[in-house]
Design a protein around this ligand. Structure first.
Ligand SMILES: Nc1ncnc2c1ncn2[C@@H]1O[C@H](COP(=O)(O)OP(=O)(O)O)[C@@H](O)[C@H]1O
Ligand SMILES: [Mg+2]
Length: 241
C-alpha cells in the first residue's frame, strides 16, 4: 500500500533524509521511530506529497505521489505535525469543510462526521473555535480530519503528541482498531508506543534508515532504550555530496 524507494531530501547542505527505502502492507502498523531531527516528518511530507523529494519516489496504493498525486491522495489520510487546522473555525465547521473537499455528501457525510467525532471524542468542543482548544483537542481534530474519509492508507505524524496518558491510551486503541483494514505509518519518539501499537518498527537517525523489523526483534536485543541508543549512535549525518 505504501512504497518508498531511495527517498532523499536535501535542505541546502543538510541531507535531512538519506536514501530511505521501505514498503508497508495492508494490516501493518509501522512505527517510525527516531530522535528529534531524525527526518521522520520530512519523510512523511514527501510520502504525502507536501514536499518534493530531492530524489527517489513514493507511492500510495500504486499511485505515484508526484505523477499521480490526486489518485494517491484520495487513498490517503494524513495527520501532519503540529496543529493542522484553521484556528478560527470550529471543529464542526472544519470537519464539514474537509468532508466537502473529500467529496462526501448527504447522509454519508453526516454519518462519517458523527462517527469520527465519536471515535476521537470531540463532542464537548464541537462548537468552540479551534484556537481556544487545548493541544490535545487540536491534535484530535487533526486526527479526525485524517480518518474522515476512511482512507486505506494513514500517515500520522506523532499522533499522541500533546495528549495526556488517558488520551494517548485511547488514540492507541483507535489506531489498533483501524489497523486490520489499512496500512498505517505513525511516527513517534516514544519507544513504548512502538510496543503498544506497532506490528513493525523502523528506526531512523540523521536521515538514515538503521533498523527495520518487528518490535519483538528490538525487544529481544535488550532494554528498549539501550537498544535504541546503540542503533542510533552511529557516525554523523552524511554531508550533501
Ligand atoms: N524546511 C526545512 N528547511 C531546512 N531544514 C529543515 C526543514 N525541515 C526540516 N529541516 C531539518 O531536517 C532535519 C529533519 O527534520 P524532521 O524531518 O522534522 O525530523 P523529525 O520529524 O524526525 O524530528 C532536521 O535537522 C531539521 O532541522
Ligand atoms: Mg517530526
Amino acid at each position: 500500500m505504501i512504497e518508498i524507494k531511495h527517498l532523499t531530501k536535501d535542505f541546502g547542505s543538510l541531507r535531512a533524509v538519506d536514501d530511505v527505502t521501505f514498503n508497508v502492507r495492508r494490516g501493518e502498523v509501522l512505527g517510525f521511530l527516531g530522535p528529534n531531527g531524525a527526518g521522520k516528518s520530512t519523510t512523511m511530507k514527501m510520502l504525502t506529497g507536501f514536499l518534493a523529494p530531492t530524489s527517489g519516489t513514493a507511492s500510495i496504493a500504486g499511485h505515484d505521489i508526484e505523477n499521480d498525486g490526486m489518485a494517491a491522495k484520495k487513498k490517503l489520510g494524513y495527520l501532519p505535525e503540529g496543529a493542522p487546522a484553521y484556528s478560527d473555525m470550529t471543529p464542526a465547521a472544519f470537519l464539514e469543510f474537509i468532508a466537502d473537499i473529500r467529496g462526501l455528501t448527504g447522509d454519508k457525510k453526516k454519518a462519517r462526521i458523527a462517527e469520527v467525532v465519536r471515535l476521537v471524542h470531540l463532542e464537548a468542543v464541537l462548537h468552540q473555535s479551534i484556537d481556544t482548544l487545548s493541544k490535545g483537542f487540536k491534535r484530535r481534530v487533526g486526527l479526525a480530519q485524517a480518518i474522515l474519509h476512511d482512507p486505506e492508507v494513514l500517515v500520522l505524524d506523532e499522533p499522541t503528541d500533546g495528549l495526556d496518558p488517558n488520551q494517548k491510551h485511547e488514540v492507541r486503541a483507535l489506531i489498533r482498531s483501524m489497523a486490520p483494514n489499512k496500512a498505517i505509518v505513525l511516527s513517534t519518539h516514544i519507544l513504548e508506543e512502538v510496543e503498544a501499537v506497532c506490528t513493525r518498527a523502523i528506526i531512523i537517525a540523521r536521515g538514515k534508515l538503521l533498523f527495520d523489523g518487528t518490535p519483538q526483534e528490538l525487544l529481544s536485543r535488550g532494554p528498549l532504550d539501550e537498544v535504541f541508543r546503540n542503533i542510533t549512535s552511529t557516525p554523523s549525518r552524511a554531508a550533501v555530496s
